[in-house]
Design a protein around this ligand. Structure first.
Ligand SMILES: CC(C)(COP(=O)(O)OP(=O)(O)OC[C@H]1O[C@@H](n2cnc3c(N)ncnc32)[C@H](O)[C@@H]1OP(=O)(O)O)[C@@H](O)C(=O)NCCC(=O)NCCS
Length: 325
């Protein structure tokens, strides 16, 4: 891969991290960025980007802020402990960004990267917590950087388009839900009826589909929930399904990530679901003892508060969820 590596303050080209990437077979462009002039550093990085059109831009510390403040189109970013608070004006990053940060970083606190995720509507899975200090110079961090760089170019499993459902998708959505839940151990095989019930009641707040080569192969639904008998602006995620032959290609994760971004943009206060933590933890979902649901084991009732407020009480889905029970 062709990598534009933007070094940090008081660092210089040819350091440990770009050398590590080079030693693993990548072409690394590693311009000198002046310490005393951020604007000049931006101009140099932008010119290098424009001239070489790299596959990925990696920015370390102040170089991370440089990466965030140049125009790099759709090119993925890998940011190492980015010092965005101290340098430049950008406070968000694009969707295809991966951040590596050490919990023990005393130079740039990891809280800054968590804030960057929140600002950008990115899931927690976009932050890789690794290393023992700011420089991320240990072997594990170098390997994690290499992996993040090499994975950064991968799309979500082919040419996948995530878009809102259209009226003509209804039959495909039904077929997907029936096929995906056919052998699901905890399903009543009523998911297609749930979605149709929500749609008929105008309570399908968000329904996104995944399209591959013009065919709809996945769907995700969000609908309003009550917590403690009240509407707190929270939504339930579910069902989410991908046609079996298309599973394990990243489509389910793309649906969840795009769905969360969409409901956040709509002003949702949080999201709740019943599901397997092994799948949902990666997006930032957690169990919280403030929430309960009749007949549901606590460990599979998961929530994702989008703001500080955490409502308390019993979660009640839309009545369509009881269809066929
Ligand atoms: C769950 C589902 C939507 C995931 O879609 P997908 O396109 O296969 O998922 P992705 O390829 O994006 O993600 C794959 C990852 O999810 C994990 N995963 C997939 N289904 C999982 C499940 N039911 N439980 C736990 N993990 C699961 C895989 O192990 C993989 O993890 P890894 O990257 O760490 O190896 C899909 O498998 C599906 O339709 N399943 C049947 C219906 C269902 O169970 N829906 C969820 C409950 S509402």
């Amino acid at each position: 891969m062709k990598i534009l590596f933007l070094h940090g303050w008081q660092s210089s080209p040819g350091g440990l991290k770009p050398s590590f990437l080079k030693d693993h077979g990548h072409e690394v462009l590693n311009p000198h960025l002046p310490d005393d002039d951020f604007e000049a550093a931006l101009r140099i990085a932008q010119a290098e980007y424009n001239q070489h059109q790299p596959d990925v831009v990696v920015g370390s510390s102040r170089g991370g802020a440089v990466a965030m403040n140049i125009d790099s189109g759709e090119t993925p970013l890998v940011l190492l402990c980015p010092a965005w608070r101290s340098w430049g004006t950008a406070t968000t990053v694009k969707a295809n960004t991966t951040i590596l940060h050490s919990e023990a970083d005393e130079t740039v606190p990891i809280a800054d990267s968590r804030e960057l995720l929140r600002n950008s509507g990115l899931p927690e899975s976009a932050l890789i917590v690794v290393g023992t200090e700011h420089r991320l110079a240990d072997e594990e961090s170098l390997e994690a950087m290499l992996k993040a760089v090499e994975n950064s170019g991968q799309s979500t499993g082919g040419d996948v388009l995530i878009r809102p459902e259209a009226p003509e998708d209804c039959d495909s959505i039904r077929d997907i839900l029936i096929a995906a839940f056919a052998n699901h151990p905890y399903s009543h095989q009523t998911e297609h009826l749930i979605v149709e019930g929500l749609r008929a009641d105008d309570s399908l707040t968000v329904s996104l589909v995944a399209e591959v080569d013009g065919n709809v192969v996945g769907q995700i639904a969000f609908s309003p929930v009550k917590i403690g008998g009240r509407d707190h602006g929270w939504l339930a995620l579910g069902p989410v399904a991908v046609l079996p032959p298309f599973q394990r290609r990243g489509i389910g994760q793309a649906l969840v990530n795009e769905g969360l971004k969409t409901i956040r943009d709509l002003g949702a206060q949080g999201c709740v679901l019943v599901g397997d933590p092994a799948f949902y933890n990666r997006f930032g979902f957690r169990h919280d003892p403030a929430l309960r649901m009749e007949g549901v084991p606590p460990e599979v009732l998961l929530c994702f508060p989008m703001f500080d407020e955490m409502p308390k009480g019993t979660v009640t889905h839309h009545p369509a969820f009881s269809i066929g029970e």
